[in-house]
Design a binder for this molecule. Structure first.
Ligand code: TRP
Length: 350
């Protein structure tokens, strides 16, 4: 499988122990026996997933296919309750969470080797892994790492151990057929803002005599308003492209995106665009797998041979073609039974 353009274009821009984990994957490979697994997650939100959220999931899907590894996905319904007061029970919550899980399934994860779990359901299975983690994490380290204060609720202090637990295969006694004699390395594709959780986990690992998780960090997609803004679903929906937008909405939103082109068409032709700050061009960097096309736009747009309107429309086409079309087709077909299957506690190695 060719290397994903996320790696060659700096979308994946840093890592911890990834090379070591690839050695683990390669050196010990024998059929039916896994030495590593993938772990990622999502805090469910009521709005639909926005286009920035898809990056770690696209990377995870690529890695699952390229490395042939089992995958666990944590749904942190507890995190949103503790940090944002989002309910974790009731009919509305059930619907929101189930829709979030369906959105994730629609990335095309392997139904046999992927396990999706809600913390409020799966806690009992993880608790024996959470306890030693809680003992390794002090109040002051959690406080400093996440900027908590003494008046924050104590659930926030305990939560990092819950996000850390899936880093160890012992949290998946049944799902990954865990045995102490054959530890598995956890590999985490995630956005850079999740790193603090795993820094704490990695420092607890040697004290627990466990392998530290490996990490791949992805960059944030710039907001439509420009690089200094983070794309956020809590901001008004106009500022973000969501997975449930229509083609027309995607195009309209991108047309309003911050541009690195100069003021007039004439100026654009003579001076070219500033690609680093041009949102539409950055969208192409993230989402256009076609190397020749991407190189052509970089050259032409940077030297005045293309104008920002053309690049914006091309960015919209690219997002629709490479991110949304297949996702939408799969999303339409995802059923409650699929959710039932992906979330059922079962051995995913067989
Ligand atoms: N905390 C993440 C969020 O707010 C969800 C999450 C849980 C996660 N475990 C993870 C993300 C592992 C990446 C990797 O969305």
């Amino acid at each position: 499988m060719p290397i994903h353009h996320f790696f060659t274009r700096g979308v994946v821009f840093s890592h911890r122990d990834f090379v070591k984990s690839l050695d683990d994957v390669e050196r010990h490979f024998e059929p039916g026996h896994y030495t590593a697994y993938l772990y990622t997650g999502r805090g469910p939100s009521s709005g639909s997933m926005h286009i920035g959220h898809v990056i770690p999931f696209l990377l995870t899907k690529y890695l699952q296919d390229a490395l042939g590894l089992p995958l666990v996905i944590q749904i942190t319904d507890d995190e949103k309750f503790l940090f944002r007061d989002v309910p974790f029970e009731g009919q509305k919550a059930e619907e929101v969470i189930s829709n979030n899980i369906k959105d994730i399934i629609a990335f095309g994860f392997n139904p046999r080797t992927t396990f999706i779990f809600r913390n409020t359901d799966y806690m009992g299975e993880m608790y024996k892994t959470i306890l030693p983690l809680q003992r390794c994490m002090t109040g002051s380290s959690v406080k400093n790492t996440f900027g908590l204060t003494d008046s924050d609720n104590i659930g926030k202090f305990a939560f990092p151990a819950t996000q850390a637990a899936p880093c160890f295969s012992s949290a998946f006694a049944r799902v990954l057929n865990h045995s102490k004699e054959r530890p598995m390395r956890c590999i985490i594709p995630c956005a850079i803002d999740q790193d603090p959780f795993f820094v704490l986990t990695r420092s607890a690992a040697p004290r627990m005599k466990r392998l530290p998780p490996a990490l791949l960090h992805t960059k944030f997609l710039p907001a439509l308003k420009g690089l200094t803004h983070k794309m956020s679903s809590s901001a008004e929906q106009n500022g973000v492209i969501t997975l449930h937008d229509t083609d027309r909405q995607v195009q309209k939103k991108l047309r309003k995106a911050f541009s690195g082109g100069s003021g007039t068409l004439e100026e654009m032709r003579t001076s070219g665009a500033n690609l680093d700050v041009d949102v539409a061009f950055q969208f192409l960097r993230f989402f256009c797998p076609d190397e020749a096309l991407f190189a052509h736009v970089a050259q032409a747009y940077g030297t005045g041979g293309m104008n920002s309107g053309e690049v914006k429309d091309l960015a919209a086409e690219t997002v629709i073609k490479y991110v949304m079309t297949e996702w939408r087709a799969r999303r339409e077909k995802v059923t409650d039974e699929d959710v039932e299957h992906f979330t059922s506690i079962r051995n995913i190695l067989i």
